[in-house]
Design a protein around this ligand. Structure first.
Ligand code: FAD
Ligand code: MLT
Ligand code: ZN
Length: 472
C-alpha cells in the first residue's frame, strides 16, 4: 500500500519533489532547537495549490497523516513529524510566488512559502512597510507565520500576524481549495473562516496563500537603549512613551542583566553599550512619517522627562542605522546565545502589565529559592506584556541532566504563577507538541472541548498534523 501511495505521489509531483532517501529527508526532520526529531515516509515539495489539493486527497484516501512545514523555525515542535515513519511532511518552500502588490488597496497577495524577509524587501522596493519582524525572518515563511500567528517586535504598533492578514487560500482536510483571497477590509458574511485557520498550526487546513496588509514606509526611525532599575519604572516609562509618542512608538523590548550577560559570553562583540549592564535594558524604537528632526527631538524630549522623573539612569541613542542595527542584533542574539549555551527551558508567556512587577518578583524569588544558582533569562516584547521567561541551569551544570529532573516542576511553578496573574502560557510561539498537555490544563474545559469539536468537524479523519495543539 505504501509503495502504491508513494508512486501516486511521484506521479503527482514528479520524482525530484518527493524525497524518500534518508539523507534527503534528514534536513526536514529535526526542529530548530534540536529538541524534536522524527521520521517521515516522504517529504513532499509541491509547487501549486492544485498539487497540494491532490496530495491531501491522496492522503485522505490512504489515511496518511500530513505535517505541514514552512521554514521549520517554530519553537514547539509543530512542524516535526512523530517517530512512526508513517507521516508525510508537506513543505511549502517551492510555493513562493508573490502574486500581486495592490498599491491602491495597500495589500500584497503572496504564497505561503515566501520567506518573511523577502516579503519585507519586496514591500520596501515599492515604498511600503510589511511590519511583521522577528529574529527568524531570514528563514521563516509567511505560511508558518500565519499558522502560528507569530508576534515579534512590531506587535505594539501593528499587531500580530492575525492583525496583518486580510484573507487566505486554504486546502481543507478533504483536499478542497477554499479561496478567501478577496482581501476586503470589511466583510461580515458570517463566520470568519480566516481567523479559524490563523494560529491553528496546520491542524485544520493547509494555508497556501494569503493577502496581507501593507503600510507606508516610515521616513525615519530612531532607536535608543535605556538603563532602568525596576519593572515598575519600566511600565511607567512605557506609559510615558505611549502618551507622548502615541503611534510613533513601534518597539519596546526588555532585556535583563542575566540575559545580556549570557549574550556577551557567547557574542562578546555585542556587549551592552550601557555602562555596567544595568538590571534592565530597554530598547525603544520610534518611527515617524514627518521628518528626522521631528522624531529625534521627540525622543530626546521624552528621555529628558524620563530622567527628570527618575525613571531611567542612562540612555544611548543610536546615531546611525548601523548602530541602531547593532542594538537590535544584541536583542535578537539572546535566543542564539541560549542555543549556544545548551538546552534551556522556554516559557513564552503573557502577563497583564498591571501584574508584571508582582509576577517577576514572586516567580524569581520562588525559582531562586527552589533552584539555587539557576539563571533566569528573562527578555521579551514588554510593550505587549510578552515575556520569554527562560530558565538555564546553574553554571557548570549539564543542561540535559538538569532538565531531565527539573523540567516538569519548573514548568508547573511558572505556569501556576501565569494562571494566578490571569496570563497566557503561549503568547506567540504556539502550542505544537511542546504544550499539548499544558494547553489541556490551562485553556479551560469549555474552551478545550470547543477546540476539539472544531478539529473533529474540519478534520474528521485526523490527518492534519495529529497530536499537535489538541488530541482528538
Ligand atoms: P514552521 O516552524 O515550519 O511551522 C510552524 C507551525 O505551523 C507547525 O505547526 C506547522 O505544521 C505549521 N505550518 C507551517 N506552514 C504551514 C502552512 N502553510 N499551512 C498550515 N500550517 C503550517 N516567533 C514569534 O512569534 N516571535 C518571535 O519574535 C520569534 N523569534 C524567533 C527567533 C528565532 C531565532 C527563531 C529560531 C524563532 C523565532 N520565532 C518567533 C518562532 C518562529 O520563527 C515562528 O513561530 C514562525 O512563525 C514559524 O514560521 P516557520 O515558517 O518556520 O514555521
Ligand atoms: C524573541 O523574542 O527573540 C523570540 O521569540 C525568540 C525567543 O523566545 O527565544
Ligand atoms: Zn519573542
Amino acid at each position: 500500500m505504501r509503495s502504491e501511495f508513494l508512486e501516486e505521489l511521484i506521479l503527482t509531483l514528479g520524482h525530484p519533489n518527493v524525497l524518500v532517501d534518508d539523507d534527503d529527508k534528514a534536513p526536514y526532520l529535526t526542529d530548530w532547537r534540536k529538541r524534536y526529531s522524527g521520521k517521515a515516509l516522504a517529504i513532499t515539495l509541491p509547487k501549486t495549490v492544485q498539487e497540494i489539493a491532490q496530495i491531501v486527497q491522496l492522503c485522505a484516501k490512504n489515511q496518511i497523516a500530513i505535517v505541514p512545514q514552512g521554514g521549520h523555525t517554530g519553537f514547539c515542535g509543530g512542524a516535526t513529524p512523530d517517530n512512526t515513519g508513517a507521516q508525510i511532511i508537506l513543505n511549502l518552500k517551492r510555493m513562493n510566488a508573490i502574486r500581486e502588490i495592490d498599491k491602491a488597496n495597500q495589500k500584497i497577495t503572496l504564497e505561503a512559502g515566501c520567506i518573511l524577509q523577502a516579503v519585507q524587501d519586496k514591500a520596501a522596493e515599492q515604498d511600503f512597510l510589511f511590519p511583521l519582524s522577528l529574529g527568524a525572518e531570514g528563514s521563516c515563511m509567511i505560511g508558518g507565520n500565519l499558522a502560528t500567528n507569530a508576534g515579534g517586535t512590531n506587535v505594539l504598533r501593528y499587531g500580530n500576524t492575525r492583525d496583518l492578514c486580510l484573507g487566505l487560500e486554504v486546502v481543507t482536510a478533504k483536499g478542497e481549495i477554499w479561496n478567501g483571497l478577496k482581501g476586503l477590509r470589511k466583510d461580515n458574511t458570517g463566520y470568519d473562516l480566516r481567523d479559524l485557520f490563523i494560529g491553528s498550526e496546520g491542524t485544520l487546513g493547509i494555508i497556501t496563500a494569503a493577502v496581507m496588509k501593507l503600510y507606508p514606509l516610515p521616513i525615519s526611525q530612531w532607536t535608543t537603549l535605556v538603563a532602568i532599575d525596576s519593572i515598575e519604572s519600566t511600565i511607567a516609562l512605557l506609559n510615558l512613551f505611549q502618551k507622548r509618542a502615541t503611534s510613533l512608538l513601534t518597539g519596546f523590548e526588555m532585556m535583563t542583566q542575566e540575559s545580556l550577560t549570557l549574550n556577551e559570553k557567547h557574542f562578546p562583540h555585542m556587549a551592552n553599550p550601557l555602562q555596567g549592564n544595568p538590571p534592565y535594558t530597554i530598547l525603544i524604537e520610534l518611527s515617524d512619517h514627518e521628518s528626522e528632526e521631528h522624531v529625534r527631538q521627540l525622543l530626546e524630549t521624552i528621555l529628558e522627562e524620563a530622567f527628570e522623573a527618575g525613571l531611567i539612569s542612562d540612555a544611548v541613542i543610536a546615531n546611525n542605522l548601523s548602530q541602531a542595527n547593532s542594538f537590535w542584533h544584541m536583542r535578537e542574539h539572546i535566543t542564539l546565545a541560549q542555543a549556544e549555551e545548551g538546552a534551556n527551558l522556554k516559557h513564552d508567556i503573557t502577563i497583564p502589565l498591571s501584574s508584571l512587577d508582582n509576577f517577576i518578583k514572586e516567580t524569581d524569588a520562588q525559582m531562586r529559592s527552589q533552584y539555587p544558582g539557576v539563571r533566569i533569562i528573562n527578555f521579551g516584547h514588554l510593550g505587549d506584556g510578552n515575556l520569554h521567561y527562560n530558565i538555564a541551569p546553574p553554571l557548570g551544570v549539564d543542561p540535559k541532566a538538569f532538565n531531565l529532573i527539573h523540567e516538569k516542576p519548573i514548568h508547573e511553578l511558572i505556569y501556576a504563577q501565569v494562571e494566578r496573574c490571569h496570563g497566557s502560557i503561549s503568547a506567540e510561539h504556539g502550542v505544537g507538541q511542546l504544550k499539548l498537555e499544558d494547553l489541556r490544563a490551562h485553556k479551560g474545559e469549555v474552551a478545550h472541548e470547543l477546540m476539539k469539536t472544531l478539529k473533529r468537524a474540519l478534520d474528521p479523519q485526523n490527518i492534519l498534523n495529529p497530536h499537535k495543539v489538541v488530541s482528538i
